[in-house]
Design a protein around this ligand. Structure first.
Ligand SMILES: Nc1ncnc2c1ncn2[C@@H]1O[C@H](COP(=O)(O)OP(=O)(O)OP(=O)(O)O)[C@@H](O)[C@H]1O
Ligand SMILES: O=C(O)C1=C[C@@H](O)[C@@H](O)[C@H](O)C1
Ligand SMILES: [Mg+2]
Length: 169
């Protein structure tokens, strides 16, 4: 699962894994567990570059244990090596969300250091304009998460994944 902060990668990823009977790995959670620090603390002590190194390692580890549903962090697509690894291993799902709904979901969440800004809506729009082409470039499926619940979305995704695998069924 790829997409911006608040698109629902962690939430929908877990719901999808349950429906598919697969394991679920949240790369952000793996980074926190391996570092023994919160994401804001990693950013504060090691900078974004240090976080991205940890993210690349945690993503590679997660992708080595397939099949599973993997929720990535919003910036995992920034590195070419990460994009190549995701495309090589499986089906990449881009979770699209409107900026308005994204902001409603994550405004005030102190666990997302890139949102620590006086103008969070503008910050989210900037990140999205930089990253959306990358999300779309590697996606096998795109789903808009702005309106439906995670369970509705997971059910729709199961059908779309089956159709992708067996288009004539
Ligand atoms: N379809 C949805 N409808 C309503 N709320 C949702 C939906 N999906 C997720 N949320 C809520 O939005 C918030 C952010 O969701 P989540 O943590 O899954 O996003 P994320 O894409 O994993 O973000 P990040 O990139 O920061 O890890 C959570 O509070 C979650 O409950
Ligand atoms: O959009 C981003 O770059 C990020 C999203 C989160 O999932 C975390 O990976 C971290 O806060 C960075
Ligand atoms: Mg997440």
């Amino acid at each position: 699962m790829v997409g911006p902060m608040g698109s629902g990668k962690s939430t929908l990823g877990a719901a999808l894994a349950a429906r598919l009977g697969l394991g679920f790995v949240d790369v952000d959670a793996c980074i926190v567990a391996m570092a023994g620090m919160s994401i804001p603390d990693i950013f504060a002590t090691e900078g974004e570059a240090g976080f991205r190194d940890r993210e690349a390692q945690a993503l590679a580890d997660a992708l080595a244990h397939q099949p599973a549903v993997v929720a990535t962090g919003g910036g995992a697509v920034l590195r070419q090596a990460n994009r190549d690894a995701m495309q090589a291993v499986g089906c990449v799902v881009y979770l699209h969300v409107s900026t308005q709904e994204q902001l409603r979901r994550i405004e005030g969440d102190r666990n997302r250091p890139l949102l620590d800004s006086d103008a969070p809506a503008q910050r989210l729009a900037e990140l999205q304009s930089q990253r959306e082409p990358l999300y779309r470039q590697i996606a096998n499926l795109v789903i808009d998460t702005s309106v439906q619940t995670p369970e509705q979305l997971a059910a729709a995704l199961v059908l779309r994944l089956h159709a992708l695998k067996d288009p004539h069924a």
